[in-house]
Design a protein around this ligand. Structure first.
Ligand SMILES: C[S@@+](CC[C@H](N)C(=O)[O-])C[C@H]1O[C@@H](n2cnc3c(N)ncnc32)[C@H](O)[C@@H]1O
Length: 217
């Protein structure tokens, strides 16, 4: 599907009713979501016919976009019940049925020891996609927890967004974990004045679009 068509399909998706700052509920814009999903499919063929896991799915823009890009099955996980309700509403609106939603704290299913995690997180997906919390709200490191969980639950690759300022740190982590890392692009992520603590009307944050690949994938 052409990028522009994918983006216009995603423009009808409802956003958070009551966004929660502590959960960093900034929705991915239809443009950014469409570019990500289009690239993942076109360059790597990692969506069509694949099982996809959307970690921190929020209102479901990456989930629904994956279905539009012909994923075989998608599971969306989020800690927030209200976000999942909006997501379910969106799925109903788009008449999508090959998706399951799960309320789960990603951090709590991430034991410190990698070997134990492998036993617990036995379900594997071809591809994991996410726009994780960046770890700016007294939750430093949560973006890395999300990637690590994604790596444990995937066989091919994890696609994620990260603040560009963390680029060096990401490379080091990828090396520690023995996975490849590719920077696929950079976006200006516009955060509208959603929360009271935002002084400026809106702010653009530079984010990297990153692919973590399992060896030989
Ligand atoms: C930046 S938003 C992205 C939402 C959506 N994926 C999108 O692209 O629009 C991050 C999401 O992660 C969820 N989240 C935050 N902390 C979480 C945790 N510990 N476990 C699971 N989900 C979490 C939030 O509720 C929110 O929906």
């Amino acid at each position: 599907m052409k990028l522009q068509k994918l983006q216009s399909h995603l423009e009808g998706i409802d956003e958070f009713d009551n966004p929660k700052i502590l959960l960093e509920q900034y929705p991915t814009s239809p443009h950014i979501a469409a570019v990500m999903l289009h690239e993942i499919q076109l360059k790597f063929g990692d969506i069509a016919g694949c099982s996809v896991l959307d970690l921190g799915c929020g209102c479901g823009i990456l989930t629904i976009g994956s279905v539009i890009q012909e994923a075989a099955y998608v599971l969306g996980i989020d800690v927030d019940k209200e976000a999942l309700e909006v997501c379910q509403r969106n799925l109903n609106e788009y008449e999508i049925s090959n998706v399951d939603l799960l309320q789960q704290d990603i951090v709590n299913i991430l034991p410190k020891d990698l070997k134990d995690s492998k036993k617990i997180l036995s379900k594997k997906f071809d591809t994991v996609i996410m726009n994780p919390p960046f770890g700016t709200k007294k939750n430093a490191g949560i973006d890395m927890d999300f990637v690590r969980a994604g790596l444990m639950m995937s066989t091919n690759a994890v696609y994620s967004l990260h603040k560009s300022t963390t680029r060096e740190h990401l490379c080091k982590k990828a090396q520690d974990w023995g996975v490849s890392i590719d920077f696929l692009g950079q976006f200006e992520f516009n955060i509208a004045k959603t929360f009271k603590c935002h002084k400026k009307k809106e702010a653009d944050i530079e984010v990297d679009f990153v692919r973590f690949g399992h060896k030989n994938k």
